[in-house]
Design a protein around this ligand. Structure first.
Ligand code: H79
Length: 692
C-alpha cells in the first residue's frame, strides 16, 4: 500500500489528440494481404447460413426444444439414429436464387454457407464420404446451386467448414457421453487427410470461393502445426482466398481475436458480440444470430428488432469491422419469414444509406451521445458519416471533441446535397438539422472536414484518498504536451471555464468533492465537462462482520467506498455477494463528522438467486460501542419477483455527528416458494456506501 489507500477512480478516456489515420491493413508479414482483403474491407455486410440435417428436428428432441445445429451432442443422439435424418432430408422448396436475392436486397455482399457443420454432414457431393447430400432423397449439390446463383447475381460465395467432426470415425476425441463409439483404431492423421481432401473439393469444384470460414478448432487434437499445414495447402490451391482465424488455435474465446503473434488467419471472429472499440490495423468480423439460434429452431421467436440489427451493423462499421448476420433455413429450404422481413427492412435503409457503410473505416470517436460515426478519406480531408439514432429535439447536433475545420454538411438522403448550417461552437462542431428526421431509425448526416480527424477526448482524472491529511489527491490521468491544450477545473461544483484554475499538477481537495474539469483547445472549449462527485465516505475504511462469498468479493471491503458502483452484470467484479447471510458493513469516518444522508447500492437478479434484501438498517456511533438508529427500511419478502436492476436505497435524516456508521443489509436467507431455487440459499449483493 502506498501513501494512498489504493482507491483510484478513473473517468472517461485518456486526454490525447487521437489522430485516426491508420490504414486498416497495415503492412503484414503475409504478402498480398491488403490486395486479398480489399473487397472484404469494403463489403462490411454478409449473410451466414446454417443449414443441415439438424434443420429437420428444428431444435426439438423429445420434450426439449432448445437445440439447434448442436442437437446431436446437446440431445445426445446416437450416431445411427442421427444418420436416419439423411433419409428425410428433402428441401423441396430450396431455391438458391431466392436466397441470394434476399441477401442481395438486404445489401449483403457475401454469403457464407455451412458446407459441413460439427455433425459432419456435407451439403455437397463429396468423393470422400457418403454422409452427404447425395445420400438424401434430394440428391442435389447445394454448394453448386448456391455458388452458381451467387455468380449470376454478383454475390461472393464462401464456405463455413467445421474442423470438429462428430461423424468421421477417425476424428478424435469422441463426445464424453458417446460410450458406444469406440475410438480404437481411430487415426487423427487420417482424419486430417480427409479434411484436406474436402477443403480441396470445396475450393476447386465450385468456381471462385471468397472466404473459408473454419470453426470447431478448440479441441485438444487440433494444433498450430495442423493449422500451418492446412493453411499452406489452401494457399497453394488459391492464394486469394481469405481464411478466418479459427483455422488456428489462438482464438480468444467468444471475443474471437488472436492471442498470439504467430496466429494464422486473415481476420478475427467475435461470435455473438461486438468489440468495445475498434482495433487499428486488425481485420475482424462479428457473426451474430437473428434470434437465439444458428440452425433453424421452430420455437425460437426471440427475434432481434430491426432497430437493434441496424444499430449493430452501424456499430460494427463504426469500429472498422464486418457484420455476418445469420439465417437458419427450414428443412424445406425456406429462410424463415421473420428473418427475411428484417433483412428487407435493412435493405430499404441500405438503398438510401449504403455509402455510409460500404468502403468506410472506423470513425474517430470513442463515444457519441446520439449514435455512431463511420468515415472515408476524401481529397484534402475526411468525410464523416454521422449516424443519428437519437434525433436532437433542439434541432442542433453537437459533434463534440472534434478540433478539425468543418467544410460542409448535408443529409445523405438528400440527393441535392443542400448544405446544412455548421458552426464551430464551445464543445465542438454544431450542425443545424431539419426538425423531422428523414429516417425513422437512423438518419445519416455527411460532414466533410479538413485533414484527418482529430479528436480531443474529455479530460480524465484519478482520485486517491490520503487518510493522513484527510484529503483527496486529484491527478490528471495523462500529461498534456500540446501547448494549444489547457485543462481548467473547479472543486465547488461550478462550471469550469478558462477563468477557473488551470490544471498544472495534482491538487489536494477536501471531501465531499464536487469536481468538474474541461479542456480548451486554442482558447475554445472542446468536448464535455468531466464531473466526479465524491461523498464524505470516499476512501474511508470499511470492515465487514462476515466476509462475502469468495466468488463475489470485489476488491475487498474497501471497494464499498471507492466511488465505483457495480453494474447490472453481477459478475462485473465490483459487487460483494453474501450467500444465505446478511451483509453488515462498518464505515469508519476517521473522526467525528456531521452527516445528513446515507445511501447503499444493491442488486436484484432473481433468476440468479439474488433478491431484494428484506431490511436495510443504518446506525451510527461516536465511540464504536453504542449504536443509535438512523434509518430503517423493511421490504415485503412476498414481493420477490422484482425485475433485474441495480437499485439504491437512499435517505436523509436530521444531522448527526458520527464517527462510525453501520449498514446492515438483511438477506431473506432462502429462496422463496415458487422460485426455481426454492429452499436453496438466497443472495444479497451490495456495493457503494455513500455518506454525506
Ligand atoms: O456455428 C455456430 C455455432 O454452432 C458454433 N459457432 C457458430 C458460428 C459454435 N460452436 N460452439 N459454440 C459456438 C460455442 C462454444 C463455445 C466454447 Fe469455447 C467452445 C466454449 C468452450 C469451447 C469458445 C471456443 C470459447 C473457447 C473456445
Amino acid at each position: 500500500m502506498g501513501i494512498f489507500r489504493s482507491l483510484m477512480m478513473m473517468i472517461a478516456g485518456l486526454l490525447l489528440i487521437a489522430s485516426n489515420v491508420f490504414s486498416q491493413g497495415s503492412a503484414t508479414q503475409d504478402g498480398g494481404k491488403d490486395a486479398r482483403m480489399q473487397w472484404w474491407r469494403e463489403a462490411r455486410f454478409g449473410m451466414f447460413i446454417h443449414w443441415g440435417l439438424y434443420s429437420i428436428p428444428a431444435g426439438q428432441w423429445n420434450e426439449s426444444k432448445d437445440h439447434a445445429e448442436w442437437i446431436r451432442t446437446t440431445a445426445r443422439i446416437p450416431l445411427e439414429e442421427y444418420d436416419k435424418l439423411v433419409e428425410q432430408f428433402n428441401p423441396v422448396e430450396f431455391n438458391a436464387e431466392e436466397w441470394v436475392t434476399i441477401a442481395k436486397n438486404a445489401g449483403m455482399k457475401y454469403i457464407v454457407l455451412t458446407s459441413k457443420h460439427h455433425d459432419g454432414f456435407c451439403l455437397f457431393d463429396s468423393e470422400h464420404t457418403d454422409f452427404d447430400v447425395m445420400a438424401t432423397p434430394f440428391r442435389r449439390d447445394i454448394l453448386k446451386e448456391l455458388a452458381d446463383a451467387c455468380r449470376k447475381h454478383d454475390m461472393r460465395i464462401c464456405w463455413y467448414h467445421s474442423i470438429m467432426d462428430w461423424h468421421h470415425p477417425d476424428y478424435l476425441p469422441r463426445r464424453e457421453w458417446e460410450t458406444d463409439r469406440s475410438s480404437e483404431g481411430a487415426d487423427f492423421n487420417r482424419y486430417f487427410s480427409y479434411l484436406k481432401n474436402q477443403v480441396k473439393e470445396i475450393i476447386t469444384e465450385y468456381g471462385d470461393i471468397s472466404v473459408l470460414w473454419f470453426d470447431g478448432e478448440w479441441e485438444s487434437t487440433w494444433s498450430h502445426d495442423y493449422a500451418l499445414q492446412l493453411h499452406q495447402f489452401i494457399r497453394e490451391l488459391d492464394p486469394d482466398i481469405i481464411i478466418n482465424n479459427r483455422i488456428d488455435v489462438y482464438r480468444d474465446g467468444m471475443a474471437g481475436l488472436n492471442t498470439n503473434e504467430q496466429a494464422l488467419g486473415d481476420f478475427g471472429t467475435p461470435e455473438q458480440e461486438i468489440p468495445e472499440t475498434g482495433m487499428p490495423g486488425k481485420d475482424w468480423e462479428s457473426c451474430m444470430t437473428l434470434n437465439d439460434h444458428w440452425g433453424y429452431n421452430a420455437s425460437d421467436s426471440n427475434w432481434k428488432s430491426y432497430r437493434d440489427l441496424l444499430f449493430n451493423l452501424v456499430d460494427i462499421a463504426s469500429k472498422g469491422g464486418n457484420y455476418l448476420l445469420n439465417v437458419g433455413p427450414t428443412a424445406l429450404g425456406e429462410i424463415p419469414q421473420p428473418s427475411s422481413e428484417r433483412l428487407e427492412l435493412l435493405g430499404k435503409w441500405m438503398k438510401v444509406n449504403s455509402a455510409s457503410v460500404y468502403g468506410t473505416q472506423a470513425g474517430p470517436f470513442k463515444q457519441l451521445k446520439w449514435g455512431k460515426c463511420t468515415r472515408k478519406e476524401i481529397s484534402g480531408g475526411s468525410r464523416l458519416y454521422l449516424h443519428v439514432f437519437d434525433w436532437p429535439q433542439s434541432g442542433k447536433l453537437m459533434v463534440t471533441n472534434m478540433i478539425n475545420e468543418p467544410l460542409k454538411a448535408f443529409l445523405l438522403s438528400d440527393v441535392k446535397e443542400t448544405p446544412l448550417v455548421i458552426l464551430k461552437k464551445a464543445g465542438g462542431i454544431e450542425i443545424t438539422l431539419p426538425p423531422v428526421a428523414p429516417d425513422s431509425v437512423n438518419s445519416v448526416i455527411v460532414l466533410d472536414i479538413k485533414g484527418s480527424p482529430q479528436v480531443l477526448d474529455n479530460p480524465s482524472f484519478s482520485f486517491g484518498y490520503d487518510p493522513a491529511t484527510d484529503k483527496v489527491q486529484v491527478s490528471m490521468a495523462s500529461a498534456v504536451n500540446d501547448p494549444k491544450v489547457a485543462v481548467f477545473y473547479s472543486l465547488d461544483g461550478s462550471t469550469p471555464s478558462d477563468k477557473s484554475n488551470r490544471y498544472e499538477k495534482p491538487v489536494a481537495a477536501k471531501l465531499p468533492l464536487d469536481f468538474k474539469a474541461v479542456t480548451y483547445y486554442n482558447n475554445r472549449k472542446i468536448g464535455d465537462v468531466t464531473t466526479a462527485s465524491l461523498p464524505l465516505s470516499f476512501g474511508k475504511t470499511v470492515t465487514l462482520k462476515t466476509p462475502p462469498s469468495e466468488k463475489y468479493q470485489a476488491g475487498g471491503a474497501s471497494s464499498l467506498t471507492d466511488a465505483m458502483q457495480g453494474t447490472a452484470k453481477f459478475s462485473d467484479g465490483r459487487w460483494l455477494g453474501f450467500e444465505g447471510a446478511d451483509a453488515e458493513a462498518l464505515v469508519d469516518l476517521g473522526k467525528k463528522t456531521s452527516i445528513r444522508s446515507a445511501s447503499i447500492g444493491y442488486l436484484v437478479n432473481v433468476k440468479s438467486w439474488i433478491f431484494e434484501p428484506i431490511e436495510i438498517k443504518v446506525e451510527y456511533s461516536t465511540d464504536g460501542k453504542d449504536y443509535k438508529p438512523l434509518l430503517n427500511r423493511k421490504f415485503n419478502p412476498a414481493m420477490w419477483k422484482s425485475p433485474d436492476a441495480v437499485k439504491r436505497f437512499s435517505d436523509v435524516f436530521p444531522e448527526v455527528s458520527a464517527r462510525f456508521v453501520k449498514v446492515t443489509v438483511k438477506n431473506r436467507a432462502v429462496c422463496p416458494q415458487g422460485h426455481s431455487g426454492e429452499g436453496g440459499k438466497a443472495w444479497v449483493f451490495i456495493d457503494e456506501i455513500e455518506l454525506n
